[in-house]
Design a protein around this ligand. Structure first.
Ligand SMILES: Nc1nc2c(ncn2[C@@H]2O[C@H](COP(=O)(O)OP(=O)(O)O)[C@@H](O)[C@H]2O)c(=O)[nH]1
Ligand SMILES: Nc1ncnc2c1ncn2[C@@H]1O[C@H](COP(=O)(O)OP(=O)(O)O)[C@@H](O)[C@H]1O
Length: 190
């Protein structure tokens, strides 16, 4: 059994974080992904307790006030946070814990848990990013515009991450992510 490690995956909306994390979970048997709490409305097809734990603004604030979140941030007008207890439990079980969170949250995690590995997923270009966001078909034009603005701020911080990965060819990007997680987990085992 390997020791528990913490991996943070960030990158602009539409870069392919969710797609890559889903593939990583299939290929790394001891990987586990945290489920965030959010005040964002569910998209069509999203199920409460599966994709996110959907919460009201009051419920979210209660979690903040009771120190129930490891980190939290406001992104494009909605609040998102990582439940602390489940992350700690899964790390204690020796799992490779994955947080798919924004750049603000990533640096809060690094402050609290300096051993966390931070991975930044980049799109091949801003044009491809916009095409993927539109192609996903889950957001209005207005929301896509807000996410493209956020993308520029996010990309400006990529050099602060431990690893950067361009998600161009999906199979190659998946392999690189799986390799990195396994290498780091083996290194931590010593
Ligand atoms: N800080 C933080 N960011 C989160 C959390 N959960 C999701 N996010 C980020 O919030 C942003 C918006 O997520 P979402 O609305 O699901 O859009 P998507 O990433 O385009 O599918 C993305 O950058 C996510 O990585 C969390 O628990 N904490
Ligand atoms: N390497 C890739 N090549 C082409 N399309 C991709 C690739 N990776 C992801 N996509 C597609 O781009 C869209 C955004 O991916 P998603 O995983 O939802 O991004 P994120 O979680 O970063 O917002 C989805 O429709 C997904 O199927």
């Amino acid at each position: 059994m390997r020791h528990g490690n913490l991996f943070v995956i960030s990158g602009p909306s539409g870069a392919g974080k969710g797609t890559l994390v889903a593939r990583l979970l299939r290929e790394v048997p001891d990987a586990w992904v945290s489920r965030s709490v959010t005040t964002r409305a569910p998209r069509e097809g999203e199920v409460d307790g599966v994709h996110y734990q959907f919460a009201s603004a009051e419920e979210f604030q209660d979690l903040v006030d009771t120190d129930g979140l490891l980190e939290w941030a406001t992104y494009a007008g909605n609040r998102y946070g990582t439940p602390r207890a489940t992350v700690e439990d899964h790390m204690a079980c020796g799992e490779q814990v994955i947080l798919e969170i924004d750049v603000q949250g990533a640096f809060q995690v690094r402050d609290k848990m300096p051993a966390a590995r931070l991975v930044f997923i980049e799109p091949p270009s801003l044009q491809v990013l916009e095409e993927r966001l539109r192609g996903r078909g889950t957001e209005s034009d207005e929301v896509i515009e807000a996410r493209m603005k956020a993308a520029e701020v996010e990309l400006s911080r990529k050099m602060e991450y431990d690893m950067r990965l361009v998600n161009d060819n999906l199979d190659e990007a998946t392999d690189a992510l799986v390799r990195y997680v396994n290498e780091q987990a083996e290194k931590a085992r010593g």
